[in-house]
Design a protein around this ligand. Sequence first.
Ligand SMILES: C[S@@+](CC[C@H](N)C(=O)[O-])C[C@H]1O[C@@H](n2cnc3c(N)ncnc32)[C@H](O)[C@@H]1O
Length: 214
Amino acid sequence: MTPLDYDYLRKLLKDRSGLMLSAEKQYLVESRLSPLARKAGLASLGELVAKLKSNDERLIVDVVEAMTTNESFLYSQFEVQRGLPIQMLVKYFAQIGDTWQIAPDIRAMAQFRPLNLLADFVGLGRFDVIFCRNVLIYFDQETKTGVLNRIGRQLEPDGYLVLGAAETVVGLTDAFKPVADKRGLYAPNKDKLKPASAVTSFAAVRPFAVAGAR
Ligand SMILES: C[S@@+](CC[C@H](N)C(=O)[O-])C[C@H]1O[C@@H](n2cnc3c(N)ncnc32)[C@H](O)[C@@H]1O
């Protein structure tokens, strides 16, 4: 892949998903996208980039999906033993072979929908708790701030936001304040939530599948 091809892919991924790739991540892009190029019958990553430039939407979505780290799995025995009391495991989960899955009656209460975090959240409704774990780490500061402010407007005033252990709102927005002694837990800063009209508009972005938080 030429440096120009790599720059094109970096910009595409930033615009479509917020994913920031540094100059030295070319090897990662090559290892993730080579199988995709082969599957699409393309001889090289150069050809893949040429096809992306022709605005092949399906291929663009496939490239974004291949590059965003899909990490959710429903759960192994090891994972369910990390802090989940056995009574809750038995009550709320079903064993499927070597793994555990949330019980069907609980799963039936969930609605699964694709959402691009770069897009507007209007129409999603308001939530008592929002889990947004281990994705802000891939974004630059400005994108993190935008996502957090939009999340803030979807949360009930007495609701909570749960971020990943390596993530924080500190230095990004005053829409939330950390809950004392609860790592990763944030409460809305009621006086500081900005009205929707104060927010910059967004470029049209195509939604893509979001893996469930865990
Ligand atoms: C490292 S995984 C974390 C998954 C899960 N929340 C967890 O903690 O196990 C990052 C997830 O963010 C998703 N993602 C990346 N960019 C996104 C965007 N712009 N909008 C929505 N989801 C995105 C990826 O598809 C991937 O599922």
